[in-house]
Design a protein around this ligand. Sequence first.
Ligand code: ADP
Length: 803
Amino acid sequence: MTYKKHISQSNDLLDRFSSAFAGIKSHSNLPSGTTPFIWAIAVLIVVIFSAFYFNVRANNETILRTNLMKSTAKVADNIEMRMRGISANMARMIEKMELDGINSAVVNKYGREIISSSPEVILLRVIEPSGKGLESVVNPRLGRSDLRQYNYLDYPQVVRDAIGDAFLSNRVSYSSFWFTPGDISSPSVVIIYPFAIGEKTYALLARLSLNKLLEVSTPQSLLSDYEFSFLHGTKEIAGRAAYNPPDDYTIPSYVRAADPLPPSIQLYGCNVLESPMIFASPLIYWLGALMLFLLLSLFFLNREMRRNQSDLERALKELELRRSIEDSMNLALVITDLDNKIVYTNGQTEEITGYSEEELLGKTPPYPFWGDSSELPSQLLKDRPHEEPGKPYRFDLTIRCRNDETLEALMLAMPFYSAYNEHIGWIYMIQDNTVEAQSMNLTNDSIASYERLLNSVLSCISAVMQKPTGSMLGIHNNHYTEQLGNTADGHLEISKAFKEPFDPQGNRQGEVWVDSLGRWFSVAEARVTLPGGSHVTLQSALDITKRKINEQEFEEQTSKMENSSRLITLGEMASTITHEINQPLTAITAYANTALEVIDRAPEVNKTQVLEIYRKIANQAARIDKIIKNIRAFAKRRPTTLECVSLNSVFSDTMELGRLIEKKYAGVHVVYELPAVVPDVICDPVQIMQILMNLIRNAAEAILEHGSKDKTITVSAKVGAKDVELSVGDHGPGISDTMKASLFTPFFSTKKNGLGLGLSTCQTIAESHNSRLRVRDNEGGGTVFFFDLKICFTKDSENKKQN
Ligand code: ADP
């Protein structure tokens, strides 16, 4: 029966272990904690690539800009060459006209030649200085003939300026550009070439289309990569290239002068493609792709590692939890890998064998605790693998403990399978099979059946087994765990606090104070001695700290009550004493006095002697009388009646009595320090007077007895927010600190004839006024007694205050 239980237990274990191991095994391929390293590599890759990219880009840009500049310069050269060519042809035509005169045949012939070789020329015309046209040739491409006649004023201003300039300087002049609405050859510029025939001056005017000029000046080979325009400022006036400022790097552009055209017209060149320098090199494409690949790989690697790490942590946590469960079992658990190397032991292994986990991990057979004769069960089991997976192999084993003792154990062994049913090792379960261990188990078993019952008890119930290797906590109820934890320590501390030994039956009980826990327990213990000599102690401990505190408080209260009842008794006794002895006392006094008179008259009696005797009698009698009166006064103290009274009236009564004291104690002087306005207070005026008189009398006695120089007694009242502090101070001998402690206890007196009831009575009165009579050292020596009275804030007193 018992082993069946163990077998099912071991199946459970097998499952738990194999999954934990499989988890750790499958996740331990990748190193953990390298995430920052991966990020560093990623950043490095990005930095290297960016540096490379920007370098290539910068190089590309320089090359592109240089090529653009060269191409634009080439176009500008062509423009200049063409225009100079036109001027040269115009010079030849002028030479002919100077020989043959200005006639349409010459103009047409030579003009047509110029136009055919330079299609950008739209018109050639011979003009007078007035601007009047004499002969014209029009580019037939335009199909226009209306340009033949012109007056000076018909020309645009820029042309008029150029004409004026040419005639004035007698040099070839170039106009700026102008637009003619509806003219496809617009914008145009003119070349004015002045000449003279005899006395008369003329000029040959050639009108050029800027668009055509640009077109014929741009080599075909450049058109695929570049575009050109003529600019006026930043505005394109001819050509295809749209202006792009030079600081816009998306399209490199270049602007330069276009001689011999006037400076208002500039040649502008730009790249055809937008951002042609980005990824211009195929190398960059490949590197970019490689970078992306590397980054993605790193990202996935990182994700995988993080997942693994959290899995590993979870698995370790699970393992930790399982460990604590396995440690709390009564079985020692040893797991080996396939090479019989120990990979795991639980806490109970150390309990049973004495070897710690550190000492056993990594050990191969012969294991230090393994009995001599026994063969490793893995050897036996190997011969019949997987026959009945999970069913343990069972045999007896002699354990050799660390301290060289041996003990008989029951061994259960079986192959250890992973979650994937892979045979990965061996699992051994060892049960301490010695008599006492069994008894302990039996004790535990029998207690276990009462566990529910035990949990309903308020005491901490526990069973602890004491073995040479240490103490082991057996069965214990929930209260024990809650109050004393999960170890045997609490049980042992309580046991240690016991002063009595166990009785012959192995029992003891009592209330103990456990110093280390700072608590009281009511404890009952029963000790069972096992056959091997070990003990199991059953303990029931109830926390009674609260009750103990209550008891102590109760004791204090009782002693206080006893004190007061003693006073009450004293009061009762006093009246009895008074009643009993008052009459005889009167008689004694009377007799004594009479005797004195009689003897006084008889001359033969030794008068002095008898007189002395009788005076003593009288004195003693008076003394008894005084004592009795005092006691009676104390006992008869009437109940306090608190009312709202004027403090002034209390003082005036006190002052009268004070004068009597001054008379009785010669030399003593009572001074009153009172504020101008004294509030009403809540008090019993007669009792307050009693306190003040007592204190004044005590002060007077102290002053005289001590022979102080300063014989002033100061009675003062200090008004606070809610109270008035009344005090009586003197410059007598003062009171030592030890004396201060017992000053207010009844019957404490340092005087020869003192009763020691004065201050204690005063204290009782002060307490009935919700205050306490306190004492402090007076400044400059002596003593001050003080107490408070509550100010009375009735409507009446408020009115009084206002008035
Ligand atoms: P009694 O006056 O009968 O001794 P009290 O209770 O009035 O009893 O006083 C107790 C003791 O306190 C006195 O014996 C005295 O030693 C001390 N005591 C009281 N008042 C003073 C004081 N003003 N200065 C010094 N000692 C004082």
